[in-house]
Design a protein around this ligand. Structure first.
Ligand code: ZN
Length: 242
């Protein structure tokens, strides 16, 4: 039976990524898809890129992947993200940067679609925080189901009869005549107040989508952040899930 693990916003958190991939294998996942932001914030960007490259799964580019692999001036981002991206650029090989740069922003993974932010303007990196933001996505969503990330908050947006419903729950069974735009949350830096790594599983034969939460060794990730000289706040926020 085909079962997908859909995950993103890893942000260089190796311990969280390993825990999620182990959990997905335990749960019988047969296929993988990555929602981008493999790098940025945490201390193992190169290791995380290597794992995703070896997994060889459909992967879309996130804003941190774009910035870390470019020569752009970083002044447009907040100071913490800027410090982490400047550090991250020095950790990645030219080959990894080339790989991050060639990633597309939208991909079809039949029977669904993946994007880091939203389908209407994927390169603008809009934050889909609520049902009003989500409304602009749906005219560009040509599959019943699309997964995204970027806000680091797992959430279901359901479009039906011209309206969007916003659901915070752990499981949904898709119904015909409705479209689903689903945020899988973040592997490496959850921001919904729950520090566990977040990803989604999708079982097509059951139309079932589940948000999975996985504990991981936060203390090790924090120690690496501090040892690397990255901003302290990046370590502190992991245990708060903020
Ligand atoms: Zn992110």
């Amino acid at each position: 039976m085909k079962k997908f693990a859909i995950f993103g916003d890893i942000h260089g958190n190796l311990e969280a990524l390993q825990a999620v991939l182990y959990d997905a294998a335990q749960k019988g996942c047969t296929d993988y898809a990555c929602l981008g932001d493999i790098v940025g914030y945490n201390a193992n960007p190169a290791e995380c890129v290597q794992i995703i490259r070896e997994l060889n799964c459909p992967t879309v580019q996130g804003n941190h992947d774009e910035e870390a692999s470019s020569l752009n001036d970083l002044s447009g981002m907040n100071p913490t993200a800027t410090a982490a991206l400047a550090w991250t650029r020095n950790q990645l090989s030219e080959d990894d940067k080339t790989w991050l740069r060639q990633l597309r922003k939208v991909r079809s993974v039949p029977p669904f679609t993946i994007v880091h932010s939203s389908l209407d303007q994927p390169g603008f990196w809009n934050y889909i925080l609520n049902k009003f933001d989500a409304l602009s996505n749906f005219p560009s969503q040509f599959t019943q189901l699309c997964f995204h990330g970027h806000t680091h908050v797992p959430k279901f947006f359901v479009f039906h009869a011209g309206q969007v419903e916003e659901l915070i729950q752990y499981e949904i069974i898709m119904e015909p005549d409705k479209k689903y735009f689903i945020n899988a949350g973040s592997v490496g830096q959850p921001r919904d107040g729950i520090p566990y790594a977040s990803y989604a599983t999708f079982t097509p034969s059951e139309n079932r989508i589940t948000i999975e939460r996985v504990p991981y060794d936060i203390a090790t990730t924090q120690a690496k952040i501090l040892a690397a000289g990255l901003p302290d706040r990046l370590a502190a926020r992991l245990e708060q899930g903020r």
